[in-house]
Design a protein around this ligand. Structure first.
Ligand code: 5AD
Length: 345
């Protein structure tokens, strides 16, 4: 096992072997090695990305997600363009230099709307913009890239095409991968990612998720735990095991080397010290939530006690303390991709 941890490239079998580790001492070695690899390739900075969840409407019906359109229990909202832009200004004034615009797949916002929001933010603020708004038409990606968006986050969710089809009635894995490929080809820094612990998922499937992230050479990999969500078909399924999630993050770090990996809010929902543990198992990004009330409490992808907490500035302060408490520093740059700088200039 020690030998595997120092290997440059891991095969599918070796990844599966590492995912199956359950001895606490061996787990400790894996996390320690992921932490070293993170330090070597990414340094000690933790990059903050300010998230605005600007709409919880969604045209999709993903079996696991609380935003799915058949969920009539959810009180829906949409922020206006002006509200979104004001929130971006607030994020910038707090010292954060990446704005993540996230929503359900909401076709209410037109190509022009999103373009206008990007242009207004970029005109006034020296920030990077990440879009996380699901699958759209290719020409829209072109328009938004030209308008100044820097990054696009589109998780593949699961690399198993059969599972993908069973979770997403209207979508298929190949389409999703074509979108990711296209986003990369037009110069977006691209984020992929998967959900760990979904019903019916095997260890082999998770190994394939890591390999798919490697194949796409993603600039960012968002690896989050499945958390059952009320009013969805999977509301009574068990949540992801914390060690399985941390193992997946750590192995992803060994394999992906210099991709950004966030320690997600979902992780801190799963266990109270989840974020710290993620930072010590390979992660180098945290995404503080700036969605204003009363919207924030309605963005219920899954039940999230951690989000009840109040003021975003207080939250950033707490996250800064947490980062410092594990011997790390808060990045003060935009925290661009570490893969290639050629398309950033
Ligand atoms: N648990 C964890 N992550 C989830 N997502 C959706 N539902 C869940 C859940 N129950 C993630 C998916 C999706 C994003 C909107 O949230 O990865 O891309």
């Amino acid at each position: 096992m020690k030998y595997l941890l120092s290997k440059g490239n891991l095969s599918r079998e070796e990844i599966i072997f590492l995912l199956n580790i359950d001895d606490p001492m061996e787990l400790g070695h894996l996390f320690k090695r992921a932490n070293e690899v993170r330090k070597f390739f990414c340094g000690n900075d933790v990059h903050l990305r300010g998230i605005i969840e600007f709409s919880n409407h969604c045209d999709q019906r993903c079996q696991y997600c609380g935003l799915r359109c058949p969920n009539n229990e959810l009180e829906r909202y949409r922020m206006s363009n002006d509200e979104i832009i004001e929130t971006a200004q607030f994020i910038y004034s707090s010292g954060i230099k990446t704005i993540v615009l996230q929503s359900g797949e909401d076709s209410f916002y037109t190509t022009d709307d999103i373009e206008e929001i990007i242009i207004s933010i970029k005109k006034d603020l020296d920030v990077a913009i990440t879009l996380s708004i699901g699958e759209r038409e290719f020409f829209e990606y072109d328009r938004w890239k030209r308008a100044g968006a820097d990054r696009y986050l589109l998780k593949h969710e699961t690399a198993n095409p059969k599972l993908y089809a069973s979770y997403h009635q209207n979508q298929n894995l190949q389409d999703r991968l074509n979108h990711l490929e296209y986003l990369k080809s037009i110069g977006f820094q691209t984020g992929g990612g998967n959900i760990v612990g979904l019903p019916g998922q095997s260890i082999e499937d998770i190994a394939d998720d890591i390999l798919l992230l490697k194949e796409f050479n993603v600039d960012m990999a968002s690896i989050s735990p499945f958390i059952p969500s009320a009013n969805t078909p999977y509301g009574n399924k068990p949540p992801c095991d914390i060690d399985l999630l941390l193992k997946t993050m750590a192995i992803a770090r060994l394999v992906l080397k210099n991709s950004h990996i966030p320690s997600t809010t979902a992780l801190s929902t799963l266990v109270h010290d989840g974020r710290e543990r993620g930072l010590q198992a390979g992660a180098n990004v945290i995404m503080p939530n700036f969605t204003p009330q009363p919207y924030k409490e309605r963005y219920i992808i899954y039940e999230n006690k951690a989000r009840a907490d109040s003021d975003p500035i207080e939250n950033v302060r707490a996250i800064t303390n947490l980062i410092n408490s594990v011997g790390r520093t808060v990045g003060n740059s935009k925290g661009h991709s570490l893969k290639s700088i050629s398309n950033l200039i």
